[in-house]
Design a protein. Sequence first.
Length: 426
Amino acid sequence: MLTSRPRGTADIVPPDTARWQWLESLARDVCRVYGYFEIRTPTFEHSELFHRGVGDTSDIVEKETYTFEDRGKRSLTLRPEGTASVVRAYLENGLHNRPQPVKLYYLSLPIFRYEKPQAGRLREHHQFGVEALGSDDPHLDAEVIALSLDFVRRAGLTQLDLRLNSIGCPACRPRYREVLVEYYRGHTGEMCADCRRRLERNPLRLLDCKTDRALAAAAPRSLDFLCEACRAHFDGLKAALEELGIGYTVDPTLVRGLDYYTRTVFEFTHGALGAQNALFGGGRYDGLAETLGGPRVPGVGFGLGMERLLGALAGEGRLPEAETGVTAFVIAADGARARALPLVQRLRAAGVAADMDFLDRSFRAQFKAAARYPAHFAVILGEAELAAGAAAVKDLERGVQETVPLDDLAEYLRRRAPRSGPQAGA
């Protein structure tokens, strides 16, 4: 019998599932008030989507994709990120015919990357992200950043820092690339093996190296080579963030690991995550739709790992208690067992979380089961109570017991049920 999961994966079991559902509920509510609508894309796509969209020289495509051939000899890849699939769906489903920009979000989306498993970074992890397509207005960049910040603050995080940069566009980036390559060629003896490989293929990623930080800090800055349009866009974004009261630090070494990014890139870091302190990030990808064979469709978005967020919440001591019990556990004496399940179903139909004994336990053992569940109330059915059309209801936390008519039982429990922490199944 197989008893272990594959390395780099995780089971999400109660009570943790309640915390996931709580975060998902927060995300849906934030997206609702911002006017973003859910999109769901396939778990696997044609491999070319990611080779063309994400980029052959990105670490994700070079090292981390789960790629396989199906029985028709077609190359397919498990989704390593969310944006390329969303842009493909936008183009394929005619979303350009809707009012622009089209604002979309995905939630608890499985993402697959073959990398070294570490805290909050699994080979299968789950992302919440948004994509806003159809506008290059810097105020839209600011809105995406504000939405992401709103979400993590509602979840309870406080130790957040926003890093911001602009990496230019196809009009101004080639000149910057030349200058950057020239700079690093003068320091090849000081570079790690990965950076020497990136020098010709993907020089912007040199700035993201965790080993050669000193070289990156002294490297030419993309901000000094922006064209007039990119500079105006970046100035507009900074002004919009300042109007919203969102603090930021301009970090010239900030780039993102995917080739489709243009202009805005941003990242939120969190102190509780240690050396690998990047919590999530995103940016603008104005040329991605064209790369995939469509018209020019500017876009901006972010992706946030749910496991990473839960780790940050735990690091701040802000991970809420998760309740996996029920409001009422029906305890029946021998002569009343036949009435227990119908009563449980009546309570459930009225919206009260309820359960009962299914192991034919003694009256006393049922009480112990109710406490272990845990249940807030024990609803006791004895022959005397049923003869009176009532049940005895005991508050298991306070020890108080009352007799309640069966017709009033659901309302009685609804009024008195405590509301605290994320609820499993809520």
